[in-house]
Design a protein. Structure first.
Length: 181
């Protein structure tokens, strides 16, 4: 019989565009020896082009859920996610206004044990799929507001990549009950 873990700690790395989410997620995945659930939006937009509509955001949300569930089925000791549905929710609200009920419900049902909210205190890196270079601080404030609303623990992570990794590892070790040393 297959062993089922009662609870796999889930950490979502989130924040505005070009704040180092993917880089940090990959570094943490290597540190802990677990997979990093990638940001599905990037894959979707690379396949379908950078233009998108509301239906595309719903497809991206469904794809993100699939990637997370596929990774979770492999029973890692830690589920690290390079963004979650909170990104799609904020993206939707920023671009279109109020979100559909399904997206709101899914984002609340899939909350992690911890969010690592990345500060946009590093230089913007141009990318054809990025679109808000001048709104990063306003978006960061919206992320903080949403995470406060969710009432889930979160830590703001900023500074150099070395500092980000150190803070992220210390925080994750605490939720996993690991000794630091």
């Amino acid at each position: 019989m297959e062993k089922i873990n009662a609870h796999i700690p889930k950490v979502i790395i989130t924040g505005p565009e070009s704040s180092g989410k993917t880089t940090l997620c990959k570094a943490l995945a290597a540190h802990y020896g677990v997979p990093c659930v990638p940001e599905y939006a990037r894959q979707y937009l690379q396949e379908h082009g950078p233009g998108y509509r509301q239906a595309d955001l719903l497809a991206i949300a469904r794809g993100q859920i699939r990637l997370e569930e596929t990774t979770l089925a492999r029973q890692p000791r830690l589920l690290l996610c390079d963004t979650g549905l909170e990104v799609i929710r904020i993206w939707w609200e920023w671009r279109y206004g109020p979100c559909p009920a399904w997206l709101l419900e899914q984002s609340r049902q899939r909350l992690p044990d911890l969010y690592l909210l990345l500060s946009p205190d590093i230089p913007w890196q141009p990318d054809p799929l990025r679109e808000n270079p001048h709104d990063r601080q306003a978006l960061f404030a919206r992320y903080q507001q949403l995470l406060d609303e969710y009432q889930v623990p979160y830590v703001v992570v900023g500074g150099s990549m070395a500092n980000r990794q150190k803070l992220a590892i210390a925080t994750i070790d605490k939720i996993m009950g690991l000794r630091q040393g």
